[in-house]
Design a protein around this ligand. Structure first.
Ligand code: ZN
Ligand code: ZN
Length: 409
């Protein structure tokens, strides 16, 4: 299906304008002119979940391939399924299209971490990885650069009331008599032993959840997207396509209903800890509980992230940076050479420690036989002492003489 993309041009030189995380404006890369985004300061609205689930078309949205003709260079290209915004692969001009799914984002977290800062964060992180193969840094530098994406998220609010039954465990101590060997004799000794008293309990806990964030994209692994949390949704602004200019963006591929199921799992772990707190005591058992959700609302929104991936030994590795907070996460390969070297050096240290212990034992033996010459210290050295002296260059000669001498005995 053909789509006519929109883009924004510089009033000064006619070049494409892109959103700049540094200034929060549209900015021309050529003449550096800035055009502010006149956001309406309308509050971000949340919608009733129940109404939406009843009225939404239950039929799955068909996948639409968007065919684009670049307004700048005239090249034709297709967007990935569910993509809304991309740059022309030939001339880099932003191409922003319309949203086609039932629910459109009404808010967005604009990029706050610039491409340059993201690269610095990424380089620092790669440098800090233990056991990463040496080639990793070079690969990352040369193979791929970071791409900025706006990915869809759902947020859910709910007031919950949970009735529960369970057991409260209180620890108390009893005195018991035990047979023990004391000074070589078997005796009856009194000792304190803990016991738990379980009491049946029931009750109710309530909680108001605000903006439980759930990824709405299937594009990247859940592990990576979840690790980018938290997102500060108090900084959401009303959606404006100008924020997408220069970045890739996509629509949701996890539906509103499935998203809410995932949100319930998240809320559930909070509710369970509320119940444990409510039960009190030293230990708790939750036997049964049931949660009612009231005033459940949702919104669809876009969050910014920088991403890259590369292939190492036939496997793909993905990395992402939360472009609001700078938090970074990713999969990483391990260098088996580096791990083997570490294991070998630990074994070497253990071997030397055992070796020094042997020397020390002989010293003690000879010491008690009065065969230690006066020139040696009165107290046998520990293996740590010997090791420290060996690593201390100045005393090396002396220590090796000492070690050799003891080995010859
Ligand atoms: Zn310009
Ligand atoms: Zn183009």
């Amino acid at each position: 299906m053909k789509f006519t993309p929109i883009n924004y041009t510089c009033p000064g030189c006619g070049a494409p304008l892109k959103f700049s995380p540094l200034t929060g404006t549209l900015r021309c890369e050529f003449c550096k002119r800035e055009v502010p985004i006149e956001g309406e300061h309308a509050p971000v609205i949340e919608h009733d979940l129940h109404t939406a689930l009843v009225t939404l078309d239950q039929a799955p949205n068909e996948e639409i391939t968007k065919e684009i003709t670049c307004p700048k260079c005239g090249s034709s290209f297709t967007l990935d399924p569910y993509a809304v915004s991309a740059n022309c692969p030939y001339c880099g001009t932003p191409a922003i299209t319309e949203f086609v799914r039932d629910i459109h984002p009404e808010s967005i977290l604009p990029f706050q971490v610039s491409h340059k800062d993201a690269q610095a964060i990424f380089a620092r992180w790669i440098g800090s990885l233990w056991f990463a193969p040496g080639e990793l840094k070079r690969l990352v530098d040369t193979q791929k650069s970071l791409t900025g994406y706006y990915l869809p998220w759902w947020t859910y609010d709910a007031d919950t009331t949970t009735g529960y039954t369970g057991q409260r465990g209180d620890i108390y101590y009893v005195t018991v008599q035990k047979r023990m060997i004391v000074n070589g004799e078997e005796r009856l000794v009194e000792v304190q032993e803990p016991r738990i008293q379980w009491t049946p309990v029931s009750g109710q806990v309530t909680r108001s959840f605000d903006d439980v964030t759930i990824r709405a994209s299937q594009g990247l692994s859940r592990k990576i997207l979840d690790a980018l949390e938290p997102w500060d949704t108090s900084q959401l602004v009303p959606f404006d396509p100008k924020y997408l200019s220069g970045f890739d963006a996509e629509e949701y591929t996890i539906g509103l209903d499935n998203g809410f199921e995932m949100a319930r799992v998240k809320m559930d772990s909070v509710i369970r800890s509320d119940i444990r707190l409510d039960i009190g005591g030293d230990q708790q058992q939750i036997l049964d509980y049931h949660t009612q959700y009231h005033n459940t609302t949702y919104k669809n929104t876009l969050f910014p992230l920088w991403m890259t991936h590369f292939t190492y030994k036939g496997k793909e590795y993905y990395y992402a940076i939360n472009a609001q907070s700078g938090r970074i996460t990713g999969e990483r390969p391990y260098s088996y050479t580096k791990i083997t070297l570490l294991v070998l050096s630990i074994l070497a240290v253990l071997f030397f420690a055992a070796f020094f212990d042997q020397i020390r034992e002989r010293y003690v033996e000879n010491f008690s036989n009065n065969s230690v010459p006066k020139t040696y210290p009165a107290v046998p050295p520990t293996s740590a002492d010997i090791f420290r002296q060996i690593t201390d260059c100045e005393s090396n000669g002396g220590v090796w003489d000492y070690v050799n001498e003891w080995c010859e005995r």
